[in-house]
Design a protein around this ligand. Structure first.
Ligand SMILES: Nc1ncnc2c1ncn2[C@@H]1O[C@H](COP(=O)(O)OP(=O)(O)O)[C@@H](O)[C@H]1O
Ligand SMILES: [Mg+2]
Length: 321
């Protein structure tokens, strides 16, 4: 690996045409001018309430959509059609949010895991393929005898392990994990997160770890990006974001995270987020967060605040900072 960043996303835009009336379509700006980079072996956590555009960022950068604008660089190379995309597809993988709908119930676990091996022709023989399936299945804490069973026979947590084994099959350098534990029981969420962390150490993986809940990404992320209505509003090292959250939206998200120490909890000022994220079809002018922001003033309606570096490596998009 030669480049400083394994992944660079520059000015990514993903607009969807949606029907908004009789013979009328409008462009829904699900992701609007988002830029970030991830170093080899690094975890970038990405948080924001439901509807903020996190899944779309993940899918769009993986080239699962025809993107509206922007560039994606992988290991220093711009991903375009053809050879660069084929190579990228092998080295970058995605784990989906819902382990129930993302695994074909009519396929055996072995065949599901082997999909990338088959697509990229990574096994020289059936024996090779079986050996690799066995290795992958054990890597995620299941047993090789389970390879002949069907996905529907497994629990949510086990299915997500199968989805992770599939993502690992092509020996990637980078994985997008889109809310990998939010469909799982709280009791098994930590197990899966810890497993992702162990796999990262062992395999030197970089992650984009998407979650709607900051507590999920807090411990495992090196840096955290906060999204609101299709844009990044804050990006900082994880510790810095926790100690000095700058954007009022991040402050509100953080105060929703339960604090284990009751003394501290009583002292901390809780900022409640009222209402829902507005629809991107009806985004407020200027700062999109201003309609829910206690600090908002008249100037906030005028222009979209740019992401500014407010401390080394700490970026926030708010004119009140
Ligand atoms: N394929 C699509 N067509 C139209 N709108 C979409 C599509 N996918 C997502 N959206 C819209 O884009 C916005 C962001 O969605 P999404 O990326 O799923 O957010 P998140 O993952 O943060 O919950 C939402 O308003 C959603 O309704
Ligand atoms: Mg999502």
């Amino acid at each position: 690996m030669s480049a400083e960043y394994i992944l660079e996303v520059k000015n990514l835009k993903q607009y969807f045409p949606v029907t908004t009336g009789f013979m009328k379509t409008t462009l829904l700006k699900a992701v609007d001018d988002v830029s970030f980079s991830i170093k080899p072996g690094e975890t970038l956590g990405m948080v924001g309430e439901s509807g903020c555009g996190k899944t779309t960022v993940g899918r769009s950068l993986m080239h699962l959509y025809h993107k509206t604008g922007g560039d994606v660089f992988f290991d220093g190379i711009k991903i375009e059609k053809g050879a660069t995309l084929a190579a990228f597809r092998k080295r970058a993988q995605i784990v989906f949010q819902d382990p129930y709908s993302s695994l074909n119930p009519r396929m055996t676990v072995g065949d599901i895991i082997a999909e990338p091996i088959d697509v990229h022709r990574l096994a020289a023989s059936k024996k090779d393929r079986d050996a690799r399936i066995g290795e992958l299945i054990q890597m995620v804490g299941l047993s090789s005898e389970q390879a002949t069973r069907y996905a529907h026979e497994f629990s949510g947590g086990q299915r997500q392990r199968i989805g992770i084994a599939r993502a690992l099959a092509s020996n990637p350098d980078f994985i997008v994990a889109d809310e990998p534990v939010s469909a799982l029981d709280v009791s098994i969420q930590a197990q899966v997160i810890n497993m992702l962390e162990d796999l990262q150490d062992k395999l030197k993986l970089a992650y984009l770890l998407i979650a709607h809940d900051l507590s999920v990404v807090k411990h495992i992320s090196n840096r955290i990006a906060v999204m609101y209505l299709g844009k990044l509003v804050e990006l900082a090292p994880a510790n810095e974001l926790h100690r000095h959250p700058a954007h009022p939206y991040t402050q509100a998200l953080l105060s929703a995270v339960p604090i284990p120490d009751p003394q501290k909890s009583r002292e901390s000022k809780r900022i409640m987020l009222s209402g829902d994220v507005p629809s991107p079809l009806n985004a407020p002018s200027g700062c999109a967060f201003r309609t829910r922001c206690a600090m908002a003033g008249a100037s906030c309606a005028e222009a979209v605040p740019p992401l500014r570096e407010i401390a080394p490596g700490h970026f926030a998009a708010c004119v009140k900072i």
